[in-house]
Design a protein around this ligand. Structure first.
Ligand code: PEP
Ligand code: MG
Length: 755
């Protein structure tokens, strides 16, 4: 009998000796099970590996019929082994055959054995197989033995993860680790990206499993835990989280977990059993992840995943940041993260990024705003994607459909590669149009500008061929920051934007915060029942003149010596425009009093987003230097349909007759008064709506840069006069059985206009 009392340490030592000797993978696994059986004083030890077809295949055994190796198979959930794999939990039974899940496999000859201990082979929370020992005698395995089995199972998990057991299956089926997985999430930014996984918070790959000196390892672990606690305290002490809010709550939870005695004890135990500090953290983390998978309560899952996050931080404390960052970024990186800050995304080299996948992520989250500005496809709400991804896995992000395909099969890869080629070809064609004058087939001029909000948008000006920036959303700088940007930071950005625009006109929109544009650090933001109708945009700016004046001053200073075009969002009554003008004039006076340079000319525009202005158009046209229709909001308020609510956002057609009539009345009034009119918002960026706008007389639009190519392509091919002749009578008379959309579609089809 071997020295079972010496516990897992001795077993681990022997396993390590087998690991370092050169031998083929099957022999190594055979030696493993033999050694485990002997050390644990068991008659049987078997290792089952999970295949891509959800079958657990017997890969090695000591004690059962050796002919059953690679032949014996169990489905996930079938028998004791299948139950362990599907639940990711150990089974410790003194009479295995009495367990309801017991299934007799005649080829193995296991009827002799009564007691049974099986543990899942885990890696990063995924079950890769099952390790079993059996005894003839009825016995209950001790906690130490369970721990020892879990520890060696972890070593086998590494063998599987490193691909050592690849190709051993006689059935020729690949392992579960390598199988293709698809996730459906939420489409957050358009486009398709093909590339390779880069885990934003990479699991630290623990290569050194076995410790040489337990005391030294325990000390390392203790030091790392101390370091972890300090970093959390530091984060909590930072100014931006020094008040109540979600950030703070999360960190408080982290702090509580970092002091959790049970967690620390389990890691220490793993080290005492012979693992290095990092392997100990990894083992406990893996157990935790496996548990997480079977928990349905979303609150508990979230808490456990906080723990998971914490373990990752601890691993990084142990191996330093060098071990954490992907050492060599692939040239086609697709970032995968549970969640990520906007600034962190900007840390990656733009030219290597092909996509972003988030387990969280919402259309309005900062990282998504920035990714969209960078033109990177994003899929959010892809729950569980981090756990099944490995650095370097092939992956496809379909930002159009909101799908993620991990380790895709070849036919899927080929189909997507074709789509990407097609899109690139179209992009090339649009690029070629950049230098063509913006004139319709029948000679009408139009102007296409782009929307922007961050410096990362600026290269798109040249790329897209936009004739300027029709909407610069200044709030984005505020949204990606963690505190209110200071006056000089604002001025610096505006200056850089003006300089990068190379003389093309830029229209800055003053702060449009509130509603769905939330600043986490904005302390006095009220809890609103209807935020879209609430304290937002110009309303907030006028009520917080300090904030507004700082921005106005920064804009005035940044455009010294040139023109300043600025517009205020969400104007509901003309008084708001007047009050804004007064504030601007005050700032101008202030700056000139102190000898600062001033813009040559300041144009103040109003964004027409609230329907009340439709009934005061004459006054509006007289008072505003220009008008910009914010069609997203105008449509939202016109139809009383929340633009951010997926149940209703797509319910009404933006080419509905009443809305087109409203747009036409604005265009007519602007023409009558000679007031410059632009439209910004999503409808400008789709060819079909862009045709309607020009037919109504709105010939200046601003849109997301990706829309410019397709819209220009369509407009160049259109006889807009002919479309107008068809569309306008319908607006007057109504089209009972045909909406404007089908009218334009038919027109485009007849005249070969790409929509
Ligand atoms: C709009 O409302 O159409 C608009 C352009 O502004 P935003 O989308 O930023 O609200
Ligand atoms: Mg708006």
């Amino acid at each position: 009998m071997r020295d079972v009392d010496a516990g897992p340490r001795v077993l681990l030592k022997r396993i390590r000796q087998i690991m370092v000797k050169p031998m083929d993978p099957q022999t190594r696994l055979d030696r493993f099970v033999e050694e485990i059986a002997q050390s644990m004083v068991a008659e049987v030890c078997s290792a089952y590996v999970l295949r891509a077809d959800s079958i657990l295949e017997l890969y090695a055994t000591f004690g059962l019929n050796p002919d059953a190796v690679h032949l014996s198979q169990l489905r996930l959930g079938q028998g004791l082994v299948g139950t362990i794999a599907s639940s990711s939990r150990a089974l410790n039974l003194s009479e295995a055959q009495r367990h309801p899940a017991f299934q007799y496999l005649p080829e193995t000859g296991e009827e002799l054995y009564h007691s049974f201990l099986g543990v899942p082979i885990l890696r990063a929370g995924r079950t890769l197989g099952v390790l079993v020992i059996q005894n003839e005698a009825h016995r209950v395995y001790s906690d130490d033995e369970v721990e020892a089995m879990e520890t060696v199972a972890m070593v086998i998990g590494e063998l599987i993860a490193q691909g050592d057991l690849k190709g051993l299956s006689t059935a020729g089926v690949e392992l579960d680790m390598e199988k293709p997985v698809s996730h459906h999430g939420q489409s957050l930014s358009d486009g398709i990206g093909l590339g390779h996984v880069v885990l934003h918070e990479p699991r630290v790959v623990v290569t050194n499993l076995f410790n040489e000196d337990t005391d030294a390892e325990l000390e390392r672990l203790e030091k790392a835990i101390r370091g972890l606690r300090l970093t959390i305290d530091d984060m909590l002490a930072r100014r931006e989280v020094a008040f109540e809010g979600e950030h703070r709550e999360i960190l408080e939870t982290y702090r509580m977990f970092a002091h959790d005695k049970g967690w620390v004890r389990r890691m220490e135990e793993a080290v005492r059993n012979g693992l290095t500090a990092e392997a100990g953290v990894e083992k406990v983390q893996s157990d935790m992840r496996a548990k997480m998978q079977s928990i349905n309560d979303p609150f508990m899952r979230e808490r456990l995943s906080d723990f998971d996050d914490l373990a990752n931080r601890l691993l990084r404390q142990l191996v330093g940041n060098a071990g954490a960052k992907a050492s060599n970024m692939p040239q086609d990186a697709i970032l995968i993260a549970r969640t990520m800050g906007a600034a962190e995304l900007l840390d990656y080299p733009r030219d290597t990024l092909r996509g972003l996948v988030l387990e969280d992520g919402a259309p309005t989250s900062h990282v998504v705003i920035v990714a969209r500005a960078m033109g990177i496809p994003v899929v959010g709400q892809a729950k569980g994607v981090v756990a099944v991804s490995e650095n370097g896995d092939a992956i496809i992000v379909d930002g159009l459909a909101g799908d993620v395909h991990l380790r895709p099969q070849q036919d899927v890869q080929l189909a997507f590669a074709e789509k990407v080629r097609f899109r690139a070809k179209r992009q090339e064609e649009y690029r070629a149009l950049r230098t063509q004058p913006n004139i319709t087939k029948d000679g009408e001029e139009f102007s296409l500008m782009m929307n922007a909000g961050l410096m990362v948008d600026m290269p798109q000006l040249e790329e897209s061929g936009a004739s300027g920036i029709g909407l610069f959303r200044t709030e984005l700088q505020f949204m990606v920051a963690s505190t209110f940007p200071k006056a000089d930071a604002q001025e610096k950005l505006y200056r850089a934007v003006i300089s990068e625009s190379g003389g093309r006109p830029v229209t800055f929109r003053t702060l449009d915060i509130g509603g769905d544009k939330v600043l986490p650090y904005f302390r006095n933001a009220p809890d609103e029942e209807n935020p879209a109708l609430g304290w937002r945009a110009i309303r907030l700016a006028l009520d917080r003149p300090g904030l507004f004046r700082t921005q106005l001053r920064a804009l005035l200073r940044a455009s010294a010596g040139s023109e300043l075009r600025l517009m205020v969002p969400m104007v509901s009554e003309i008084l708001e425009l007047r009050q804004s003008r007064e504030l601007i004039q005050n700032e101008v006076r202030h700056l000139s009093k102190f000898g600062h340079g001033l813009p040559n000319k300041v144009y103040l525009g109003a964004m027409l987003e609230v329907p009340s202005l439709l009934f005061d158009l004459d006054n509006l046209m007289k008072e505003a230097d220009f008008i910009s229709i914010g069609s997203n909001d105008l449509f939202q308020f016109f139809m009383a349909t929340d633009r951010g609510n997926s149940h209703v956002a797509g319910r009404f057609d933006t080419l509905g007759i009443p809305f087109l009539r409203a747009l036409k009345s604005i265009a007519d009034k602007a023409k009558e008064h000679g007031t410059s009119l632009t439209l910004c918002g999503e409808i400008a960026s789709r060819p079909i709506t862009a045709l309607a706008l020009l037919a109504l007389g709105i010939n200046k639009t601003s849109m997301s840069p990706a829309g410019i190519g397709p819209v220009k392509d369509a407009l160049l091919k259109t006889d807009i006069g002919a479309l107008r002749n068809e569309l306008l009578p319908c607006l007057e008379n109504g089209i009972p059985d045909r909406c404007a959309r089908t009218l334009i579609e038919d027109f485009a089809e007849k005249h070969d206009i790409p929509l």
